[in-house]
Design a protein around this ligand. Structure first.
Ligand SMILES: [Zn+2]
Length: 516
């Protein structure tokens, strides 16, 4: 097939986008003039892998071929969502957007007909804004999702059979995801869109449709900061609601201009907002239905804790960026390793220690602990840290784990993981631990907390001293009592470290009536 124009932008080892225009094999049958002109192939490269590579019988084909104009229009129309909207529809059902959408595609059986309908509508609307398949119009496209992920752009993909996909046709990339700086994705994407639209417009100079596409692309360069910030914060189900509620946050913050400047600091470019903004990070991890009181309480913390350069050298020596950007690294195992690193740095546990004093660790590192009463009982705690904020873990007394000291200790250890390893661009952090925080980050922080409070050596020391069987409720209870951790967390951790086999774990659980 003769290629009339080829445009490739970006770095294929990071992110690159390529389109090539060719003669329409159907010579315009069933397509408009502009669509016919736009026939061609495209390739999406992520970390060295071309997501469009597929097999057609015995032939490997690099590009996906179809009328490209609807895809160019979709990328232009959905631009702000693709690069700024993080929050998944309905609930977080997986580590990345592709897996989460798969997990939430079917409404739960408990919903009634109306509830099912609402579920489907919400899921579908999000899918239309983020899934490349939304613009395929009958073409065979790879199943790729673009969304914001905190300070980065997440691209995730997987294999799903498309309607109309023949048996001889199969994409080669298995499921995966990558998280890249916004500029690395936005710039090549935009550059290809501009060049492609200009090329098509040259071929069909009177086309109103192409004029609209070009005007749309131009308009992305005008100031969209308010809309983009509202999308980053995601306070609400619709863009109107998000913009309105964002204004409430903004007015609360503006009562303290210096704190507001710090909490809203971001890299503005014409095309996108990059970097981390404390306020958006904070609201991006709470439920979209968070009530007005909680919004004000959270915004107020950004003011109360405004305190430039208040992080201690001891703390900063431990802080490092540990972005989870590869589905092959298991977040849980990583949490264990990070906890061991921290314990080693702090020379813990000491020879005579029977338990880990998390509050003493907070004190040594200069981290502040306080209360943040929120109506949303799903939020366990909120962490805040960065160059302009006093590093803090704020515990929500409404959360089920708060009333017990062991639960609070676990929360403090969990938040420590966020404070040390989940900083975004500019070493900024604001996160609400709960069901709307990224799942892989939460799961790593839980593993970190378990290992920090129950280091293997300490567990072994206590188990060796037991005069009752380890594999019994009384045995586990004694280990938990001495480590000052909850029975449940101790039981799970002892199984994960092989102090208890799967069978012994289940027996102990039965003994305390945990399962039937
Ligand atoms: Zn958390």
């Amino acid at each position: 097939m003769r290629t009339t124009k080829e445009i490739l932008e970006g770095d294929t080892s990071r992110f690159a986008f390529k389109v090539s225009f060719q003669r329409d094999p159907d010579q315009g049958a069933g397509a408009t003039e502009e669509e016919t002109l736009s026939w061609g192939g495209f390739e999406i490269w992520v970390e060295g892998q071309n997501l469009c590579t597929h097999r057609e019988d015995d032939t490997i084909v690099e590009a996906a071929h179809w009328y490209l104009l609807p895809m160019l229009e979709w990328l232009s129309t959905c631009w702000d969502y693709l690069l700024h909207e993080e929050r998944l529809p309905l609930r977080i059902g997986g580590d990345d957007s592709w897996h989460s959408l798969q997990a939430t595609a079917m409404p739960p059986p408990a919903l009634d007909e109306q509830g099912e309908h609402r579920w489907d509508v919400e899921w579908h609307r999000w899918w239309q804004r983020h899934s490349l398949l939304a613009c395929r119009q009958g073409g065979l496209f790879p199943d790729v999702i673009f969304r914001r992920w905190r300070h980065l752009v997440e691209i995730s993909w997987g294999l799903r059979r498309l309607a109309g996909q023949p048996d001889y046709f199969r994409f080669l990339a298995n499921d995966g995801f990558a998280r890249l700086p916004v500029a690395e994705v936005a710039q090549p994407l935009y550059s290809v869109l501009r060049q492609a639209a200009a090329y098509l417009a040259e071929q069909a100079s009177g086309s109103a449709r192409l004029a609209i596409l070009r005007a749309g692309l131009d308009s992305l360069r005008t100031d969209h900061s308010d809309k983009r910030l509202a999308l980053l914060a995601g306070l609400g189900a619709t863009l109107d609601e998000q913009e309105e509620r964002w204004q409430e946050v903004n007015s609360r913050l503006q009562t303290h201009p210096e704190a507001a400047a710090a909490a809203l600091s971001l890299d503005h470019t014409e095309l996108f907002l990059a970097g981390s903004c404390q306020a958006a990070l904070m609201f991006g991890s709470v439920a979209p239905t968070v009530d007005a009181n909680d919004v004000i309480a959270l915004a107020s913390k950004l003011i109360d804790l405004y305190s430039p350069d208040s992080e201690s050298p001891k703390l900063l020596a431990l802080v490092r960026d540990e972005t989870i950007d590869d589905s092959r690294k298991r977040p849980w195992a990583r949490g264990y390793v990070l906890a061991q690193d921290v314990l080693e740095y702090l020379s813990l546990p000491g020879g005579a220690d029977e338990w880990i004093d998390i509050r003493a660790i907070y004190e040594r590192l200069g981290i502040h602990e306080s209360l943040l009463p929120l109506n949303d009982s799903g939020i366990r705690a909120v962490s805040l840290a960065g160059p302009e904020h006093r590093p803090s873990a704020l515990l929500n007394p409404k959360h089920g784990t708060y009333p017990g000291e062991f639960g609070r200790r676990f929360t403090l250890a969990h938040e420590l993981c966020h404070i040390l390893f989940d900083r975004g661009y500019g070493a900024r952090l604001a996160i609400a631990s709960g069901p709307w925080a990224p799942r892989d980050i939460e799961s790593r922080a839980n593993a970190f907390a378990a290992m920090l409070l129950m280091p293997t050596d300490l567990v072994r020391r206590i188990v060796d001293q037991l005069t009752i069987p380890t594999a019994s409720a009384a045995g586990v209870r004694e280990v938990a009592r001495r480590l000052r951790t909850s029975f449940k967390a101790t039981l799970e951790h002892m199984k994960n470290l092989d102090f208890l086999s799967e069978e012994e774990h289940d027996r102990v659980q039965l003994e305390v009536g945990g399962i039937d």
